[in-house]
Design a protein around this ligand. Structure first.
Ligand code: 13P
Length: 375
């Protein structure tokens, strides 16, 4: 392990207000997204879509690194140029998803553990030789009645730490992704509590497995209420002087941008050591524009007081409008690339605290329509 090289790569991934583009959907996930839009689910269609992404003019102005999938890292442009060459020529660092997916966790109904440790040392050696300089492993934590269990959190945290240690041994920066899912009725407060608990266990395991924190990136969820969190009223007792008063509090389904920013940063401050150079959020199915606005609010309110950079590592919140415009048609490639570049630019602006909703109307009506449709 070359510690300096790991630290340099980790820093470069969050330098210059840029962020990561996750384009590492597994074949089944990519096919599912294509099917929804009537795009053929073939290897050639997946290759053509990924060619669209990596050849987007100006992508490197906002994107520091892209996360590829095993199929994609081996693919080439139609003219025969390997994607890896296109990416590095654009000044973008190539990365690779190395987990093999979340599978049912035995004895834990409704919970999953991410697999992929067997043979990982060999796979990392191959990817690193090909040119990948960082990797990703995603653990998923569901929130619900009686879950997450300690068993699920510990199994996933242990796997994340073993993966991270193997990456560093291979000179590859691990992106450590424990995702607390947005599905469910839970409140923002419950998400904060679970996210903090998960992060504490993950960092304990990273310490136990001797992972160098300066040479990794954390990829967490933002702290958000569950997608079906009901609007409800709470009654709280408040004392003013000798008198007790009952106060009715309304919990809104759509917490405002500042509340999300505050809850997320408060949670991270409790659980993420200052030695970690960067935190790059996943988007998790949030509407594109809200993901940018929330990241922006965090940077506006807290950036100058935080030990780590707050960046992005979005898949859907960058790609979705482009995919909807493309529809599998060559004629739509250029408009789709503009939409992709636009979302990447909005998120770079959010890192600087300079994103405004007005940026959204600077794009053509076509892109704006797609951005709206994806909400
Ligand atoms: P989303 O931004 O679509 O959540 O994807 C991020 C990711 O890489 C999931 O592993």
């Amino acid at each position: 392990m070359n510690a300096q090289q790991l630290m340099d790569t980790a820093k470069a991934l969050v330098a210059d207000d840029k962020g990561l583009l996750a384009m590492d959907e597994s074949t089944p996930t990519c096919n599912k997204r294509f099917a929804r839009l009537g795009i053929p689910q073939t290897e050639e269609a997946r290759r053509a879509y990924r060619e669209l992404i990596v050849t987007t003019p100006g992508l490197g102005e906002s994107i520091s690194g892209v996360i590829l999938y095993d199929e994609t890292i081996r693919q080439k442009k139609e003219d025969g140029t390997p994607f890896l060459k296109v990416i590095t020529d654009a000044g973008i660092i190539p990365g690779i998803k190395v987990d093999t997916g979340a599978k049912a966790l035995a004895g834990h109904h409704g919970e999953k553990v991410t697999e992929g440790l067997d043979g990982l040392r060999g796979r990392l050696a191959e990817y690193s030789q090909m040119g990948a300089r960082f990797a990703k492993w995603r653990a998923v934590i569901a929130v619900g009645d009686g879950i997450p269990s300690r068993g699920c959190i510990e199994a996933n945290a242990h796997a994340l730490a073993r993966y991270a240690a193997l990456c560093q041994e291979a000179g590859v920066v691990p992106v450590v992704e424990p995702e607390v899912l947005m599905d469910g009725e839970h409140t923002l407060e419950r998400c904060r509590e679970v996210t903090e608990q998960v992060l504490r266990v993950v960092f304990n395991q990273l310490y136990t497995q001797r992972v160098m924190l300066e040479g990794m990136i954390l990829k967490p969820n933002m702290v958000l209420p569950g997608l079906t969190c009901a609007q409800h009223e709470d009654v709280e007792e408040v004392a003013i002087g000798e008198q007790q008063y009952q106060v009715r509090l309304t919990c809104r389904q759509q917490e405002d941008v500042n509340e999300v920013a505050d809850a997320t940063v408060r949670c991270l401050l409790q659980a993420v050591p200052a030695a970690v150079p960067g935190i790059a959020f996943l988007s998790g199915g949030q509407p594109n524009e809200l993901a940018s606005a929330r990241l922006n609010a965090m940077n506006v309110r807290f950036a100058s007081r935080l030990p780590w950079a707050l960046a992005f590592s979005f898949a859907r919140a960058i790609q979705q409008p482009a995919l909807e415009i493309w529809q599998g048609q060559q004629a739509n490639v250029s408009s789709a690339q503009k939409a992709l570049c636009h979302r990447a630019r909005c998120n770079r602006a959010a890192r600087r605290g300079e994103y405004t909703p007005a940026m959204e109307v600077e794009v053509g009506p076509e892109q704006h329509h797609a951005a709206q449709a994806s909400h």
